[in-house]
Design a binder for this molecule. Structure first.
Ligand code: C5P
Length: 321
């Protein structure tokens, strides 16, 4: 049996970097938001042993450095399962980074593998395995709008935001996440001793926003003047700290953020450590107009939208139908 799972991307609606911890990771506060762009993962288990990754994109590693490989090893041990696992990755997402594609691919593999084996791990087990493979994996076990704390791996579902038109811009350059964190550490004016106070400030702003939009379950319908709670979130002054180090290294990324704003984006930002940038738009029409304008300026721009938790789960497993 082959199980197909859509592996959706994420963007970061704000990302705050706190102090470097004793384990070398940085304390973070971020809001993750899943979007409709996705890869497709097909998992099958046959007789024998071993893990095989199949992908026609030469930029995707096929060995044990692939996150799908690493999560499969752990899931097989945890489930005490045997077999030859084949993971076929149909790459549609850009691999430049910032969209969590490799992390999402791994979580889709874990979900597909359990279905293929007809065995399930408990939710805490899945979260633990995901966090062991990478900080950005657990969010994909929640989907929708997700608060990320700790090194980003401690995840909490936030109230749903209605679907918002989004434009994703993928520059040709790649940004190394460890290098971006190291650059952050090297900038002493950024790593102030009051770093943890700043994280508390962000949490206060986020909880104020949550209080105004605490509609568990269905997507919140109230919000700013345009009725979108996402506008309220943006007005909390969210920012991505990585811009402070990544834009000085790659000034063309700052120019692309400005181009998104000039093309009508209500809020534009680097996603994660980049290099992907995104902009939020008032409507799908405005996003489509922006895409053609940005493409004329030579940028790789794609129109998409944010994905609620409900849609995320409904569409993840609708891939084979
Ligand atoms: O967990 P993940 O594999 O995504 O992390 C990649 C690298 O990014 C880590 O090895 C670490 O250098 C850095 N990192 C960090 N603080 C975080 C997350 C990642 O310093 N919160």
């Amino acid at each position: 049996m082959t199980v197909a799972v859509r592996s959706f991307a994420k963007i970061n609606l704000g990302l705050y970097i706190g102090p470097r911890r004793a384990d070398g990771f940085h304390d973070l506060r971020t809001v993750y938001q899943t979007i409709a762009l996705h890869d497709l993962i097909r998992v099958s288990v046959t007789r024998g042993s071993g893990i095989e990754i199949v992908c026609s994109d030469p930029r995707v590693p096929l060995d044990s450095s692939n996150t799908c490989y690493r999560i499969t090893e752990r899931v097989m041990v945890a489930l005490k399962a045997r077999g030859h696992v084949t993971i076929a990755i149909e790459k549609r997402l850009p691999v430049q980074g910032g969209l969590g594609a490799a992390s999402s691919n791994a979580v889709a593999t874990m979900l597909g593998l359990q279905q293929a084996l007809k065995k399930t791990l408990s939710t805490p087990q899945q979260l633990e395995i995901a966090a062991a493979v990478g900080s950005d994996l657990p969010l994909f076990l929640v989907g929708g709008t997700v608060l990320g704390v700790g090194r980003g791996e401690e995840v909490f579902p936030l109230p749903e935001l209605q679907a918002t038109a989004t434009v994703v811009v993928t520059p040709d350059v790649g940004v190394s996440t460890p290098r971006a964190f190291a650059d952050w550490d090297a900038r002493s004016e950024l790593t102030r001793p009051d770093g943890s106070d700043r994280l508390s400030e962000v949490c206060r702003a986020l909880s104020a926003w949550l209080r105004g939009n605490s509609h568990a379950g269905a997507p919140a319908k109230v919000g700013g003047r345009d009725g979108n709670p996402l506008s309220d979130l943006v007005r909390t002054g969210i920012e991505n700290d990585f811009e402070k180090v990544v834009f000085s290294q790659y000034p063309e990324l700052r120019d692309m953020k400005r181009a998104l704003e000039r093309a009508g984006s209500k809020y534009a930002s680097l996603s994660g450590s980049g290099s992907t940038l995104y902009g939020l738009f008032e409507s799908a029409e405005k996003a489509a107009t922006a895409v053609s304008r940005l493409r004329k300026q030579g940028m790789k721009a794609i129109a998409t939208r944010t994905l609620t938790r409900r849609e995320y789960w409904r569409r993840s497993f609708a891939a084979g139908r």
